[in-house]
Design a protein around this ligand. Structure first.
Ligand SMILES: *Cc1c(COP(=O)(O)O)cnc(C)c1O
Length: 500
Protein backbone atom coordinates (compact mmCIF):
# COMPACT_ATOMS: atom_id res chain seq x y z
CA UNK A 1 0.00 0.00 0.00
CA UNK A 2 1.28 3.44 -0.86
CA UNK A 3 1.20 5.70 2.19
CA UNK A 4 0.22 9.32 1.75
CA UNK A 5 2.29 11.75 3.80
CA UNK A 6 2.24 15.50 3.86
CA UNK A 7 5.67 16.92 3.29
CA UNK A 8 6.23 20.51 2.36
CA UNK A 9 6.47 19.90 -1.36
CA UNK A 10 3.79 17.59 -2.60
CA UNK A 11 0.25 17.64 -3.82
CA UNK A 12 -1.39 17.25 -0.42
CA UNK A 13 -1.46 20.96 0.28
CA UNK A 14 -4.69 21.88 2.10
CA UNK A 15 -6.96 24.71 1.06
CA UNK A 16 -6.08 28.12 2.45
CA UNK A 17 -9.35 27.91 4.41
CA UNK A 18 -8.12 24.76 6.09
CA UNK A 19 -4.90 26.52 7.16
CA UNK A 20 -6.89 29.28 8.81
CA UNK A 21 -6.81 29.87 12.55
CA UNK A 22 -8.75 32.71 14.18
CA UNK A 23 -6.91 35.93 14.84
CA UNK A 24 -3.92 35.34 12.55
CA UNK A 25 -2.96 38.29 10.38
CA UNK A 26 -0.68 38.58 7.36
CA UNK A 27 0.46 42.07 8.41
CA UNK A 28 1.77 43.97 11.38
CA UNK A 29 2.08 47.71 11.72
CA UNK A 30 3.76 49.95 14.28
CA UNK A 31 1.58 51.77 16.75
CA UNK A 32 -0.11 54.86 15.35
CA UNK A 33 1.72 58.10 15.99
CA UNK A 34 -1.13 60.20 14.53
CA UNK A 35 -4.74 60.41 15.71
CA UNK A 36 -6.90 57.48 14.55
CA UNK A 37 -9.54 58.25 11.91
CA UNK A 38 -12.71 56.29 11.38
CA UNK A 39 -12.53 54.86 7.86
CA UNK A 40 -16.28 55.08 7.23
CA UNK A 41 -16.25 58.72 8.26
CA UNK A 42 -13.20 59.61 6.17
CA UNK A 43 -14.08 57.64 3.02
CA UNK A 44 -17.85 57.32 3.22
CA UNK A 45 -19.54 54.14 4.44
CA UNK A 46 -19.99 52.83 0.89
CA UNK A 47 -16.23 52.65 0.35
CA UNK A 48 -15.61 50.42 3.37
CA UNK A 49 -15.76 46.70 2.85
CA UNK A 50 -17.90 44.51 5.10
CA UNK A 51 -16.19 41.62 6.79
CA UNK A 52 -16.29 38.49 4.67
CA UNK A 53 -17.65 35.52 6.53
CA UNK A 54 -15.28 32.59 6.75
CA UNK A 55 -12.35 34.46 5.19
CA UNK A 56 -9.11 32.58 5.87
CA UNK A 57 -6.93 34.01 8.63
CA UNK A 58 -3.31 33.16 7.98
CA UNK A 59 0.13 34.68 8.37
CA UNK A 60 2.16 36.15 5.53
CA UNK A 61 4.58 33.27 5.23
CA UNK A 62 1.69 30.81 5.17
CA UNK A 63 0.12 32.67 2.25
CA UNK A 64 3.40 32.79 0.35
CA UNK A 65 4.17 29.13 0.92
CA UNK A 66 0.65 28.05 0.12
CA UNK A 67 0.63 29.70 -3.28
CA UNK A 68 4.24 28.78 -4.05
CA UNK A 69 3.42 25.13 -3.36
CA UNK A 70 0.29 25.33 -5.46
CA UNK A 71 2.35 26.75 -8.31
CA UNK A 72 4.36 23.52 -8.35
CA UNK A 73 1.21 21.56 -9.15
CA UNK A 74 0.96 23.29 -12.42
CA UNK A 75 2.86 20.90 -14.62
CA UNK A 76 4.60 22.82 -17.37
CA UNK A 77 7.32 22.45 -19.94
CA UNK A 78 9.74 24.24 -17.59
CA UNK A 79 9.29 21.38 -15.12
CA UNK A 80 9.67 18.36 -17.40
CA UNK A 81 8.77 16.57 -20.61
CA UNK A 82 5.26 17.34 -21.84
CA UNK A 83 4.64 14.46 -24.24
CA UNK A 84 1.19 15.44 -25.58
CA UNK A 85 1.07 14.17 -29.16
CA UNK A 86 -0.15 16.61 -31.82
CA UNK A 87 0.27 19.50 -29.35
CA UNK A 88 4.02 20.13 -29.87
CA UNK A 89 4.72 21.20 -26.30
CA UNK A 90 8.28 22.32 -26.93
CA UNK A 91 10.39 24.45 -24.65
CA UNK A 92 10.03 28.18 -25.26
CA UNK A 93 13.58 29.59 -25.40
CA UNK A 94 13.98 32.57 -23.06
CA UNK A 95 15.33 34.72 -25.88
CA UNK A 96 11.71 34.82 -27.16
CA UNK A 97 10.56 36.27 -23.86
CA UNK A 98 13.39 38.77 -23.68
CA UNK A 99 12.51 40.08 -27.14
CA UNK A 100 8.74 40.16 -26.51
CA UNK A 101 9.34 42.23 -23.38
CA UNK A 102 11.29 44.98 -25.16
CA UNK A 103 9.48 48.08 -24.01
CA UNK A 104 8.58 49.47 -27.43
CA UNK A 105 7.02 46.13 -28.40
CA UNK A 106 5.35 45.22 -25.12
CA UNK A 107 3.74 48.67 -24.85
CA UNK A 108 2.90 49.19 -28.51
CA UNK A 109 -0.77 50.00 -29.01
CA UNK A 110 -2.72 49.00 -32.11
CA UNK A 111 -4.16 52.52 -32.37
CA UNK A 112 -0.68 54.05 -32.44
CA UNK A 113 -0.22 56.01 -35.69
CA UNK A 114 1.56 54.16 -38.49
CA UNK A 115 4.46 56.60 -38.28
CA UNK A 116 5.14 55.38 -34.72
CA UNK A 117 4.51 51.71 -35.54
CA UNK A 118 7.07 51.15 -38.27
CA UNK A 119 9.13 48.75 -36.12
CA UNK A 120 6.12 46.62 -35.22
CA UNK A 121 5.01 46.58 -38.86
CA UNK A 122 8.51 45.60 -39.93
CA UNK A 123 8.31 42.65 -37.53
CA UNK A 124 5.02 41.50 -39.05
CA UNK A 125 6.44 41.87 -42.56
CA UNK A 126 9.64 40.02 -41.63
CA UNK A 127 7.68 37.13 -40.14
CA UNK A 128 5.33 36.90 -43.12
CA UNK A 129 8.36 36.75 -45.42
CA UNK A 130 10.15 34.04 -43.46
CA UNK A 131 7.04 31.89 -43.05
CA UNK A 132 6.35 32.25 -46.77
CA UNK A 133 9.81 30.86 -47.43
CA UNK A 134 9.41 28.01 -44.90
CA UNK A 135 5.96 27.07 -46.26
CA UNK A 136 6.89 27.58 -49.92
CA UNK A 137 3.90 29.91 -50.22
CA UNK A 138 3.48 33.24 -52.03
CA UNK A 139 1.72 35.17 -49.26
CA UNK A 140 0.99 34.80 -45.55
CA UNK A 141 -1.54 36.33 -43.16
CA UNK A 142 -0.86 36.47 -39.44
CA UNK A 143 -4.35 37.51 -38.34
CA UNK A 144 -5.80 34.14 -37.24
CA UNK A 145 -5.44 33.60 -33.50
CA UNK A 146 -5.24 29.79 -33.42
CA UNK A 147 -4.84 26.71 -35.58
CA UNK A 148 -8.57 26.11 -35.94
CA UNK A 149 -9.02 29.81 -36.71
CA UNK A 150 -6.40 29.46 -39.45
CA UNK A 151 -8.34 26.53 -40.90
CA UNK A 152 -11.50 28.61 -40.87
CA UNK A 153 -9.69 31.46 -42.63
CA UNK A 154 -8.17 29.07 -45.19
CA UNK A 155 -11.45 27.38 -46.09
CA UNK A 156 -13.15 30.79 -46.33
CA UNK A 157 -10.42 31.75 -48.81
CA UNK A 158 -11.08 28.63 -50.85
CA UNK A 159 -14.82 29.29 -50.79
CA UNK A 160 -14.38 32.88 -51.91
CA UNK A 161 -11.96 31.81 -54.66
CA UNK A 162 -14.29 29.10 -55.98
CA UNK A 163 -17.18 31.57 -55.86
CA UNK A 164 -15.13 33.92 -58.00
CA UNK A 165 -14.80 31.02 -60.46
CA UNK A 166 -18.59 30.75 -60.52
CA UNK A 167 -19.32 27.88 -58.08
CA UNK A 168 -18.33 27.46 -54.41
CA UNK A 169 -19.04 23.69 -54.73
CA UNK A 170 -20.45 21.49 -51.97
CA UNK A 171 -18.13 19.09 -50.20
CA UNK A 172 -14.78 18.90 -48.50
CA UNK A 173 -12.95 15.61 -48.26
CA UNK A 174 -11.40 14.91 -44.87
CA UNK A 175 -9.41 11.71 -44.28
CA UNK A 176 -10.08 9.85 -41.02
CA UNK A 177 -6.49 10.56 -39.92
CA UNK A 178 -7.14 14.33 -39.92
CA UNK A 179 -7.28 16.48 -36.83
CA UNK A 180 -10.81 16.81 -35.40
CA UNK A 181 -10.89 20.54 -36.05
CA UNK A 182 -10.78 19.90 -39.83
CA UNK A 183 -14.31 18.51 -40.32
CA UNK A 184 -15.62 21.08 -37.82
CA UNK A 185 -14.07 23.87 -39.90
CA UNK A 186 -15.57 22.57 -43.14
CA UNK A 187 -19.04 22.56 -41.57
CA UNK A 188 -18.55 26.08 -40.13
CA UNK A 189 -17.82 27.40 -43.62
CA UNK A 190 -20.95 25.73 -44.98
CA UNK A 191 -19.55 22.61 -46.62
CA UNK A 192 -20.54 18.98 -46.29
CA UNK A 193 -17.83 16.62 -45.10
CA UNK A 194 -16.90 13.47 -46.96
CA UNK A 195 -14.89 11.16 -44.74
CA UNK A 196 -12.12 9.21 -46.46
CA UNK A 197 -10.79 6.03 -44.88
CA UNK A 198 -7.02 5.64 -44.52
CA UNK A 199 -5.22 2.58 -45.81
CA UNK A 200 -3.51 0.01 -43.55
CA UNK A 201 -0.39 2.19 -43.31
CA UNK A 202 -2.39 5.13 -41.96
CA UNK A 203 -2.20 7.10 -45.23
CA UNK A 204 -4.56 8.41 -47.88
CA UNK A 205 -5.05 5.89 -50.67
CA UNK A 206 -4.82 7.78 -54.02
CA UNK A 207 -7.17 5.32 -55.75
CA UNK A 208 -9.84 5.76 -53.06
CA UNK A 209 -9.38 9.53 -53.30
CA UNK A 210 -9.69 9.55 -57.09
CA UNK A 211 -12.96 7.64 -56.75
CA UNK A 212 -14.27 10.14 -54.21
CA UNK A 213 -13.43 13.45 -55.99
CA UNK A 214 -16.20 14.92 -58.12
CA UNK A 215 -17.03 18.30 -59.63
CA UNK A 216 -18.78 19.05 -56.30
CA UNK A 217 -15.53 18.69 -54.35
CA UNK A 218 -14.34 22.09 -53.16
CA UNK A 219 -11.19 20.89 -51.44
CA UNK A 220 -9.46 18.28 -49.40
CA UNK A 221 -8.23 19.10 -45.90
CA UNK A 222 -5.14 17.07 -45.24
CA UNK A 223 -3.17 16.96 -42.01
CA UNK A 224 0.43 16.26 -42.96
CA UNK A 225 2.19 14.65 -41.22
CA UNK A 226 -1.18 13.22 -40.24
CA UNK A 227 -2.38 12.50 -36.73
CA UNK A 228 -0.81 9.05 -36.68
CA UNK A 229 2.53 10.79 -37.11
CA UNK A 230 2.94 9.54 -40.68
CA UNK A 231 3.95 11.59 -43.71
CA UNK A 232 1.52 11.31 -46.62
CA UNK A 233 3.96 9.79 -49.08
CA UNK A 234 1.61 10.18 -52.05
CA UNK A 235 1.08 13.89 -51.42
CA UNK A 236 2.17 14.98 -54.93
CA UNK A 237 -0.24 12.52 -56.54
CA UNK A 238 -2.98 13.53 -54.08
CA UNK A 239 -2.63 17.21 -55.02
CA UNK A 240 -2.69 16.35 -58.74
CA UNK A 241 -5.90 14.29 -58.37
CA UNK A 242 -7.67 17.23 -56.69
CA UNK A 243 -6.32 19.89 -59.06
CA UNK A 244 -7.40 17.82 -62.08
CA UNK A 245 -10.97 18.21 -60.89
CA UNK A 246 -10.61 21.92 -60.11
CA UNK A 247 -10.54 21.29 -56.35
CA UNK A 248 -8.15 22.91 -53.88
CA UNK A 249 -5.77 21.35 -51.36
CA UNK A 250 -5.78 22.63 -47.78
CA UNK A 251 -2.96 21.43 -45.58
CA UNK A 252 -3.25 21.46 -41.81
CA UNK A 253 0.37 22.20 -40.99
CA UNK A 254 -0.07 22.54 -37.23
CA UNK A 255 2.68 19.96 -37.09
CA UNK A 256 5.22 21.68 -39.30
CA UNK A 257 7.71 20.58 -36.65
CA UNK A 258 8.36 17.58 -38.86
CA UNK A 259 8.84 19.53 -42.09
CA UNK A 260 10.51 22.89 -41.44
CA UNK A 261 13.73 23.16 -43.44
CA UNK A 262 13.17 19.76 -45.10
CA UNK A 263 10.04 19.95 -47.26
CA UNK A 264 7.78 22.82 -48.32
CA UNK A 265 4.03 22.29 -48.76
CA UNK A 266 3.97 24.86 -51.58
CA UNK A 267 6.43 22.68 -53.49
CA UNK A 268 4.35 19.53 -53.18
CA UNK A 269 1.21 21.22 -54.48
CA UNK A 270 -0.71 22.59 -51.48
CA UNK A 271 -2.80 25.71 -52.24
CA UNK A 272 -3.40 26.96 -48.71
CA UNK A 273 -2.17 25.90 -45.30
CA UNK A 274 -1.89 27.03 -41.73
CA UNK A 275 0.75 26.43 -39.14
CA UNK A 276 0.44 26.94 -35.40
CA UNK A 277 3.13 29.41 -34.37
CA UNK A 278 2.33 28.33 -30.80
CA UNK A 279 3.44 24.81 -31.63
CA UNK A 280 6.12 24.62 -34.29
CA UNK A 281 7.57 28.05 -33.58
CA UNK A 282 7.79 27.53 -29.83
CA UNK A 283 5.58 30.28 -28.45
CA UNK A 284 4.06 29.01 -25.21
CA UNK A 285 0.56 27.58 -25.27
CA UNK A 286 -2.00 25.67 -23.31
CA UNK A 287 -4.92 26.67 -21.16
CA UNK A 288 -6.53 28.61 -23.98
CA UNK A 289 -3.89 31.35 -24.01
CA UNK A 290 -3.06 33.45 -27.06
CA UNK A 291 -1.83 31.66 -30.16
CA UNK A 292 -1.39 32.32 -33.87
CA UNK A 293 -2.44 30.21 -36.84
CA UNK A 294 -0.49 31.79 -39.68
CA UNK A 295 -2.05 31.01 -43.07
CA UNK A 296 0.01 30.72 -46.24
CA UNK A 297 -1.47 30.76 -49.74
CA UNK A 298 -0.41 30.42 -53.34
CA UNK A 299 -0.73 33.54 -55.51
CA UNK A 300 -4.23 32.80 -56.85
CA UNK A 301 -5.65 33.08 -53.31
CA UNK A 302 -3.73 36.22 -52.29
CA UNK A 303 -6.45 38.75 -53.30
CA UNK A 304 -8.85 37.10 -50.84
CA UNK A 305 -6.63 37.32 -47.74
CA UNK A 306 -8.03 39.12 -44.67
CA UNK A 307 -7.71 42.91 -44.78
CA UNK A 308 -5.79 45.02 -44.01
CA UNK A 309 -2.56 43.91 -45.69
CA UNK A 310 0.85 45.46 -45.21
CA UNK A 311 2.05 47.57 -48.09
CA UNK A 312 5.24 49.49 -48.75
CA UNK A 313 4.64 53.10 -49.86
CA UNK A 314 7.10 56.01 -49.96
CA UNK A 315 9.74 54.06 -48.09
CA UNK A 316 7.46 53.17 -45.16
CA UNK A 317 4.96 50.49 -44.11
CA UNK A 318 1.28 51.24 -44.34
CA UNK A 319 -1.93 49.20 -43.89
CA UNK A 320 -3.83 48.66 -47.10
CA UNK A 321 -7.59 48.46 -46.45
CA UNK A 322 -8.50 48.76 -50.11
CA UNK A 323 -8.88 45.03 -50.72
CA UNK A 324 -12.22 44.60 -52.50
CA UNK A 325 -11.99 40.80 -52.87
CA UNK A 326 -10.87 40.15 -49.28
CA UNK A 327 -12.86 37.80 -47.03
CA UNK A 328 -12.67 40.69 -44.52
CA UNK A 329 -11.13 40.74 -41.10
CA UNK A 330 -10.90 37.55 -39.10
CA UNK A 331 -9.60 39.21 -35.96
CA UNK A 332 -9.38 42.62 -34.33
CA UNK A 333 -6.28 44.57 -35.33
CA UNK A 334 -3.38 42.52 -36.73
CA UNK A 335 -3.24 39.20 -34.86
CA UNK A 336 -1.72 38.27 -31.50
CA UNK A 337 1.30 40.49 -31.82
CA UNK A 338 3.20 39.15 -28.79
CA UNK A 339 3.02 35.65 -30.23
CA UNK A 340 4.29 36.91 -33.59
CA UNK A 341 7.29 38.59 -31.96
CA UNK A 342 8.23 35.37 -30.16
CA UNK A 343 7.91 33.32 -33.37
CA UNK A 344 10.17 35.70 -35.28
CA UNK A 345 12.69 35.66 -32.43
CA UNK A 346 12.68 31.86 -32.54
CA UNK A 347 13.17 31.75 -36.31
CA UNK A 348 15.95 34.33 -36.32
CA UNK A 349 17.75 32.85 -33.30
CA UNK A 350 17.87 29.48 -35.11
CA UNK A 351 18.57 30.67 -38.63
CA UNK A 352 17.80 28.40 -41.60
CA UNK A 353 20.23 25.56 -40.80
CA UNK A 354 19.24 25.73 -37.12
CA UNK A 355 15.56 25.28 -37.97
CA UNK A 356 16.38 22.30 -40.16
CA UNK A 357 18.44 20.79 -37.33
CA UNK A 358 15.52 21.29 -34.92
CA UNK A 359 13.28 19.34 -37.30
CA UNK A 360 15.78 16.49 -37.60
CA UNK A 361 16.16 16.38 -33.82
CA UNK A 362 12.36 16.24 -33.40
CA UNK A 363 12.28 13.20 -35.70
CA UNK A 364 15.24 11.63 -33.92
CA UNK A 365 13.64 12.05 -30.49
CA UNK A 366 10.30 10.59 -31.59
CA UNK A 367 12.01 7.63 -33.22
CA UNK A 368 14.19 7.08 -30.14
CA UNK A 369 11.06 6.88 -27.98
CA UNK A 370 9.46 4.55 -30.53
CA UNK A 371 12.50 2.28 -30.60
CA UNK A 372 12.64 2.02 -26.81
CA UNK A 373 8.90 1.40 -26.32
CA UNK A 374 8.13 -0.81 -29.32
CA UNK A 375 8.86 -4.02 -27.42
CA UNK A 376 6.41 -3.08 -24.66
CA UNK A 377 3.60 -1.31 -26.50
CA UNK A 378 1.99 -2.10 -29.85
CA UNK A 379 2.95 0.44 -32.54
CA UNK A 380 -0.22 1.51 -34.37
CA UNK A 381 0.99 1.53 -37.97
CA UNK A 382 3.89 -0.10 -39.70
CA UNK A 383 5.05 3.17 -41.30
CA UNK A 384 7.99 5.44 -40.47
CA UNK A 385 7.29 7.81 -37.59
CA UNK A 386 7.92 11.50 -38.08
CA UNK A 387 7.89 13.85 -35.08
CA UNK A 388 5.55 11.70 -32.96
CA UNK A 389 4.76 8.04 -32.46
CA UNK A 390 1.39 6.45 -31.87
CA UNK A 391 0.91 3.17 -29.99
CA UNK A 392 -2.25 1.25 -29.21
CA UNK A 393 -2.97 -0.24 -25.78
CA UNK A 394 -3.84 -3.67 -27.23
CA UNK A 395 -1.15 -5.55 -25.21
CA UNK A 396 -2.27 -3.89 -21.97
CA UNK A 397 -5.98 -4.17 -22.79
CA UNK A 398 -5.50 -7.94 -22.61
CA UNK A 399 -4.98 -7.35 -18.85
CA UNK A 400 -7.98 -4.99 -18.66
CA UNK A 401 -5.81 -1.85 -18.54
CA UNK A 402 -6.52 0.91 -21.05
CA UNK A 403 -4.61 3.93 -22.30
CA UNK A 404 -6.34 6.25 -19.82
CA UNK A 405 -5.17 4.07 -16.91
CA UNK A 406 -1.59 4.08 -18.17
CA UNK A 407 -1.72 7.87 -18.49
CA UNK A 408 -2.94 8.17 -14.88
CA UNK A 409 -0.14 5.95 -13.65
CA UNK A 410 2.37 8.10 -15.55
CA UNK A 411 1.34 10.99 -13.29
CA UNK A 412 2.67 9.00 -10.31
CA UNK A 413 6.01 8.87 -12.12
CA UNK A 414 6.04 12.68 -12.34
CA UNK A 415 5.13 13.08 -16.02
CA UNK A 416 2.31 14.82 -17.76
CA UNK A 417 0.36 12.20 -19.69
CA UNK A 418 0.67 11.72 -23.43
CA UNK A 419 -2.38 12.33 -25.65
CA UNK A 420 -4.97 9.73 -24.67
CA UNK A 421 -7.39 7.95 -27.05
CA UNK A 422 -6.53 10.21 -30.00
CA UNK A 423 -6.37 9.80 -32.98
CA UNK A 424 -9.69 8.00 -33.04
CA UNK A 425 -8.68 5.61 -35.81
CA UNK A 426 -6.32 3.88 -33.37
CA UNK A 427 -8.12 1.89 -30.71
CA UNK A 428 -6.80 2.95 -27.27
CA UNK A 429 -4.17 5.33 -28.66
CA UNK A 430 -1.09 6.49 -26.78
CA UNK A 431 0.16 9.43 -28.83
CA UNK A 432 3.60 10.67 -27.88
CA UNK A 433 5.40 13.75 -29.18
CA UNK A 434 8.63 14.47 -27.33
CA UNK A 435 9.75 17.42 -29.53
CA UNK A 436 13.38 18.25 -30.25
CA UNK A 437 13.88 20.22 -27.07
CA UNK A 438 14.20 17.15 -24.81
CA UNK A 439 17.61 15.85 -23.79
CA UNK A 440 18.26 12.10 -23.93
CA UNK A 441 18.25 11.85 -20.11
CA UNK A 442 14.67 13.14 -19.96
CA UNK A 443 13.54 10.83 -22.77
CA UNK A 444 15.11 7.90 -20.93
CA UNK A 445 13.33 8.76 -17.67
CA UNK A 446 10.06 8.91 -19.59
CA UNK A 447 10.64 5.63 -21.45
CA UNK A 448 11.78 3.95 -18.20
CA UNK A 449 8.51 5.07 -16.61
CA UNK A 450 6.37 3.67 -19.42
CA UNK A 451 8.34 0.40 -19.50
CA UNK A 452 8.00 0.08 -15.75
CA UNK A 453 4.23 0.64 -16.06
CA UNK A 454 4.02 -2.06 -18.75
CA UNK A 455 5.70 -4.44 -16.28
CA UNK A 456 3.40 -3.37 -13.44
CA UNK A 457 0.41 -4.14 -15.66
CA UNK A 458 1.59 -7.72 -16.09
CA UNK A 459 2.04 -8.18 -12.33
CA UNK A 460 -0.71 -6.06 -10.80
CA UNK A 461 -3.15 -4.62 -13.32
CA UNK A 462 -5.62 -3.59 -10.59
CA UNK A 463 -3.06 -1.24 -9.04
CA UNK A 464 -2.59 0.56 -12.39
CA UNK A 465 -6.33 0.69 -12.96
CA UNK A 466 -6.68 2.73 -9.77
CA UNK A 467 -3.79 5.11 -10.41
CA UNK A 468 -2.79 7.81 -9.66
CA UNK A 469 -1.86 6.98 -6.07
CA UNK A 470 0.41 9.89 -5.18
CA UNK A 471 -1.82 12.84 -5.97
CA UNK A 472 -4.22 14.80 -3.80
CA UNK A 473 -7.22 13.61 -5.75
CA UNK A 474 -7.33 10.36 -7.64
CA UNK A 475 -10.02 9.83 -10.22
CA UNK A 476 -12.62 12.51 -10.58
CA UNK A 477 -15.86 12.16 -12.47
CA UNK A 478 -14.53 13.75 -15.65
CA UNK A 479 -17.94 14.43 -17.16
CA UNK A 480 -19.28 16.12 -14.04
CA UNK A 481 -15.99 17.96 -13.52
CA UNK A 482 -16.37 19.48 -17.00
CA UNK A 483 -20.12 20.10 -16.88
CA UNK A 484 -20.62 21.13 -13.25
CA UNK A 485 -17.29 22.22 -11.84
CA UNK A 486 -17.29 23.28 -8.19
CA UNK A 487 -15.17 26.41 -8.19
CA UNK A 488 -16.48 28.21 -5.12
CA UNK A 489 -15.55 27.41 -1.54
CA UNK A 490 -18.45 27.35 0.89
CA UNK A 491 -17.31 27.80 4.49
CA UNK A 492 -18.44 24.83 6.54
CA UNK A 493 -18.21 24.08 10.24
CA UNK A 494 -14.71 24.57 11.69
CA UNK A 495 -12.46 21.65 10.83
CA UNK A 496 -14.68 20.46 7.98
CA UNK A 497 -12.80 19.00 5.03
CA UNK A 498 -13.09 20.46 1.58
CA UNK A 499 -14.97 18.43 -0.95
CA UNK A 500 -12.66 17.15 -3.69
C1 LIG B 1 -3.39 21.69 -32.51
C2 LIG B 1 -3.90 21.33 -33.82
C3 LIG B 1 -4.98 22.06 -34.39
C4 LIG B 1 -5.73 23.13 -33.66
O1 LIG B 1 -4.96 24.22 -33.24
P1 LIG B 1 -5.54 25.25 -32.17
O2 LIG B 1 -4.52 26.32 -32.08
O3 LIG B 1 -5.72 24.50 -30.90
O4 LIG B 1 -6.85 25.75 -32.69
C5 LIG B 1 -5.37 21.72 -35.67
N1 LIG B 1 -4.78 20.71 -36.34
C6 LIG B 1 -3.77 19.99 -35.81
C7 LIG B 1 -3.14 18.88 -36.62
C8 LIG B 1 -3.29 20.26 -34.53
O5 LIG B 1 -2.30 19.53 -34.02
Amino acid sequence: MIRKVRTHVNQNEPLLFELSSPGKRAWQLPELDVPAVDAAEALGAGAVRDDIEGFPEVSEVEVIRHFTRLSTWNYGIDLGLFPLGSCTMKYNPRINEAVARIEGLAWAHPYQPESLSQGAMEIIAALEKRLGEIFGMDAVTLQPAAGAHGEYTGIMLIRKYLESQGNPRKTIIVPDAAHGTNPATAIMVGYEVLNLKSNDRGMVDPAALAAAVTSDTAAMMLTNPNTVGVFEQEIVKICAILHDKGAQVYMDGANMNALVGIARPGDFGVDVMHSNLHKTFSTPHGGGGPGAGAVGVRAHLEPFLPAPRLKRANGAWTWDYDRPRSIGRVRAFYGNFGVLVRALAYIMAHGGPGLRKATLDALLNANYVRARLEKHYQIAYDAPSMHECVFSDSKQAAHGVRTGDIAKRLIDYGFHPYTVSFPLIVSGALMIEPTETEPKQELDLFCDALISIAEEIEKDPEMVKHAPHLTRTTRVDEVMAARKPIVRWKPGPAGAKAAD
